[in-house]
Ligand binder design. Structure first.
Ligand code: F3S
Length: 755
């Protein structure tokens, strides 16, 4: 148990720290005097101060020391730009950057990749040189999607990692806590600051029985999303247990943990088990598997009698495949009801496109099971009725399914194999088969289906399902098709039923690594120059934000009172904007352009409080800022749900915003706002949201005595009539209040270094 075991096969400077983890866990268990869940063990095993840390689930803020950081290319730019501005020589923790988000799907894998390398050259050059300079690993474009690469190379049981992407929890499939954060949190860990997380509550999900037929791990999380809704996991870690957890693959567990992000969970995790050992062995990490087994009982499983804050039970024996959507991943419909529900809701019934793969569902098992369905259809002379795309999650997956024949099967089916990258999942899709505004249906094996996310068309009804169900829909071309009960017609008009999918979890011949797409940092980093052109419209070095002026804020106009769901996609849209992720000035032109203005029910059309003129949200915000007027945003529930992008917080700060006042926030967005020196505040009396008119102006009082747990006062000045007041709550702790005062968390760090 005392041996030094490397975290992975690619780095010689990172080791697994079970010995310290278990020591810390024992300290905390004794202090708390109760058994611990598995998730708690991982968290408390990574505390900065196990003796002094206050621990109350759902209440305390934990200071943590994660094992590593992973960044995708879109979020890495701003994180690295921020890290650079702190002036440190190298990152404090092992970190990798993955080029996956900026590759647009157009024609197919190779050509799309070539074009992306061309278009994004300055960003890739920046990332390649900055990672080399500051001692980080760099995964080149074409290597695959961050979460798949992390699972294949870096994840190990009992680890705590953070990643600048909301689906980082994918690595929970290998028994680690992997938490999606904003770039600003990554900067903390890169700079050797303790990373702060509100101690999550623990939701236990008990799995019993075993799946069969068309049901797959994806259906577990699709069902759970239906039970909990998109908010049900907020502030919680989902910990799976029960005899059902040992009945499927580690990659299947990855899928479930990945999509835990859709219920707002901080992360999700499975306890260490045999499937994880098999996956570690298959990916060349048998030493880690052996090491983990030595710690299985005391560190890598829940204590007997561990208590969960709530328990949800799912019986795998009776679990049906689910189809979730449109427009939200928690609208869960079992396949047996889909026909009726689709007709009743007037959803477009023709399935225009079926898309499989992505970080959620592109394991060898997923591809093999989908290919088995395709092969079965082919024996009846059928090809895909819908357009069909395949996104391998990594170069290793692509090379392995190319070698083993599944890729050819998909091509013969009429499928297009896209680059190993995010592509249509994040709106990087040059879709040609419909026009914007055409009402249509697509089904994917992805995780997220918010309005316009995939193709920028708000009338696309996007559904998420397992790869095998997505494939069955593509064969039938119809949303009413239920492969468990319905027949299809073969090429001669005879009826037949598709056979349930089959496929092995791990490749019998082992994985084929494919092309080498990894760049390790050089031994001598002193001669590396980071490339940022001063004339670039994609990268811009950062200037610090101004510190707070020490006074209450008066008479601030409401930039927008947003109506309904306001996700990070509404706040800082992805798609074409991704290319400006490293350029704050340019990307700020997308601020809140997807949000609906409560006043006129329109997107990107708000009234300037003083001129009365209507203009776009970013233009109006800029006009206020340039006139020295601070402004606020009013929002509804779970404001900022969705992805981890800190641009959604940087932009309002850059455009002169002061406070975002909502009924409630999604965790990551709320923290991101605090990091940038904004005030995320909540209506202590939610009914106040309805009373506010977009024409009102707002005072925020009590800032000079801002303290944890102490409400502020909002005074509202209607255009006509008496001013009124309502209390505002907040979740700032003492350290976060210092961020606000300094103007940002980074300012606070720079000030501390100077002192
Ligand atoms: Fe990429 Fe979509 Fe996953 S954007 S990281 S494939 S959720």
């Amino acid at each position: 148990r005392d041996s030094k075991v490397h975290q992975n096969l690619l780095e010689d400077h990172s080791f697994i720290n079970y010995k310290q983890n278990i020591e810390y866990v024992n300290i905390v268990r004794e202090r708390l005097g109760r058994p611990l869940t598995y998730a708690e063990k991982i968290l408390y095993g990574h505390l900065d101060d196990p003796h002094g840390q206050e621990i109350e689930r759902g209440v305390s803020y934990l200071k943590l020391r994660p094992d590593r950081v992973a960044c995708q290319d879109a979020t890495a730019q701003m994180a690295i730009l921020q890290f650079m501005s702190a002036g440190l020589p190298q990152v404090a923790k092992p970190l990798t950057v993955h080029c996956d988000h900026l590759i647009q799907a157009q024609i197919g894998g190779e050509k799309d990749l070539k074009r992306a390398i061309d278009i994004n050259k300055e960003v890739y050059d920046f990332l390649a040189t900055a990672t080399a300079k500051y001692n980080m690993g760099f995964w080149k474009p074409g290597s695959g999607i961050i979460h798949q690469i992390v699972l294949e190379n870096y994840a190990f049981p009992g680890a705590l990692i953070i990643g600048t992407d909301s689906h980082t929890p994918n690595a929970g499939g290998l028994g680690q806590l992997a938490i999606g954060v904003g770039g600003a949190d990554a900067v903390d860990v890169m700079s050797d600051l303790a990373w702060e997380l509100k101690a999550p509550k623990i939701m236990g999900v008990k799995l019993t029985g075993r799946m069969n037929g068309w049901t797959s791990p994806k259906d577990i999380i699709l069902k759970l999303a239906g039970i909990t809704t998109v908010k049900g996991g907020t502030g919680k870690i989902v910990e799976y247990f029960g005899d059902g957890v040992d009945t499927f693959s580690a990659t299947g567990m990855g899928t479930i943990c990945n999509m835990g992000a859709e219920i707002g969970a901080t992360t999700s995790v499975f306890p260490f088990n045999k499937s994880m050992i098999d996956y570690l062995d298959a990916t060349g990490r048998d030493k880690i598997a052996q090491f983990a087994q030595l710690y299985h009982k005391d560190l890598l499983s829940a204590d007997e009698g561990a208590e969960y804050d709530e328990i949800i039970e799912i019986d795998l024996n009776t679990l049906e495949p689910y189809v979730n959507g449109p427009f939200t991943p928690d609208l869960a419909t079992p396949i047996s009801k889909m026909k009726d529900v689709a007709v009743k809701n007037n959803w477009p019934l023709e399935v225009k496109v079926g898309l499989i793969g992505s970080c959620t569902n592109s394991s060898y098992e997923d591809m093999s099971r989908a290919a088995s369905v395709v092969k079965d259809a082919a024996t009846h002379g059928l090809k895909s009725k819908s357009i069909f795309t395949v996104t391998p999650g990594s170069e290793q997956i692509r090379a392995t399914i190319a070698r083993d024949g599944q890729l050819e099967t998909f091509k013969e089916f009429g499928g297009t194999v896209l680059a190993n990258a995010c592509g249509p999942c994040i709106g990087q899709w040059d879709r040609q088969d419909i026009k914007k505004g055409d009402k249509n249906t697509i089904v994917s094996s992805f995780n997220r289906n918010f309005t316009a996310r995939n193709d920028g068309n708000p009338d696309t009804h996007s559904f998420v399902a397992s790869p095998e169900i997505t494939t069955a829909f593509a064969i039938a071309g119809d949303l009413r098709f239920n492969p468990l009960t319905d027949t299809l017609k073969d090429k001669d008009g005879n009826e037949f039923m598709l056979k349930p999918p089959t496929g092995v979890g791990l490749p019998v011949k082992g994985y084929d690594p494919g092309e080498n797409t990894y760049q390790a940092p050089p031994k001598d980093r002193s001669s590396v120059t980071v490339q940022v052109s001063p004339t670039s419209d994609r990268l811009q070095l950062l200037k610090p934000f101004k510190a707070w002026d020490g006074k209450d804020a008066f008479d601030m106009p409401i930039l927008i009172k947003s109506l309904g769901k306001t996700t990070t996609d509404h706040i800082s849209m992805a798609g074409p904007w991704l290319k400006y992720r490293g350029h704050l000035e340019n990307i700020s032109n997308n601020y809140m352009i997807g949000a609906i203005n409560a006043e006129n029910k329109k997107a990107n059309c708000v009234k300037h409080h003083y001129t009365g003129e209507y203009a776009g949200v970013p233009d109006t915000a800029r006009a206020y800022r340039d006139a020295g007027i601070r402004w606020v945003v009013i929002g509804g529930e779970n404001f900022g749900e969705g992805s981890s992008r800190e641009h959604a917080a940087l932009e309002p700060r850059f455009l002169g915003g002061f406070a975002i006042i909502t009924k409630s926030f999604a965790r990551i967005h709320e923290t991101n706002l605090k990091k940038q020196g904004m005030l995320p505040l909540n209506f202590a009396e939610p009914a106040a949201y309805d009373k506010i008119n977009p024409d009102d102006t707002i005072d925020i009082l009590g800032l000079t005595t801002l303290a944890p747990g102490k409400n502020l006062i909002m005074r509202v000045h209607p255009k006509e009539g008496e001013a009124w007041e309502t209390p505002l709550s907040h979740t700032f702790n003492a350290e976060q209040i210092e961020w606000f005062k300094a103007g940002s968390a980074l300012n606070r760090l720079a000030n501390a270094k100077k002192a």
